[in-house]
Design a protein around this ligand. Structure first.
Ligand code: FES
Length: 149
């Protein structure tokens, strides 16, 4: 892991202002930001571990644990909220038997929320991995989840 982290950090310009950029690069490549990478990030950017930890704890989109094989994110933005995302979230919690931020047994799906996915015109939106699914109805969830099994 240490070498993998160093390899990812080597692609981020070594500047104190790049803490978030480094964290996002790690999450993009590893699926999460392992806490044991904090000293490596601090060293690579010339900042303190406290500064890295501060940014890491500030952004809720940064994950400290590895997600399941598929990451499901229900958009809770204004448009999606007005168009039933709450019901979609509840249905997903029931179907997967998890709460927000948890991974379903077997490690297949992690359920999370997000702010606006930029897909408001066809809300409510659910994002699975990098795929956006708009105008989603609770009755379509089983078919959708089946595609990712
Ligand atoms: S509010 Fe959900 S896509 Fe914009």
């Amino acid at each position: 892991m240490h070498e993998q982290v160093k390899s990812i950090l080597a692609k981020v310009r070594s500047e104190p202002s790049n803490i978030l950029k480094a964290l996002l690069a790690l999450q993009e490549q590893l699926g999460h930001v392992p806490t044991e990478a904090v000293p490596d990030i601090a060293h690579a950017l010339g900042v303190t571990t406290a500064q890295v930890a501060g940014v890491l704890s500030y952004y809720p989109d940064l994950r400290l644990t590895a997600p399941g094989r598929h990451l499901i994110r229900v958009c809770m933005g204004e448009s999606c909220y007005a168009n039933g995302c709450g019901r979609l979230l509840r249905e997903l919690q029931d179907r997967l038997r998890v709460d927000v931020g948890e991974t379903a047994a077997g490690g297949k799906f992690t359920l999370d929320t997000m702010s606006c996915a930029g897909n408001c015109a066809v809300s409510p939106t659910v994002m699975i991995d990098r795929d956006l699914h708009g105008r989603l109805l609770p009755s379509q969830l089983d078919t959708l989840l089946e595609r990712y099994k």
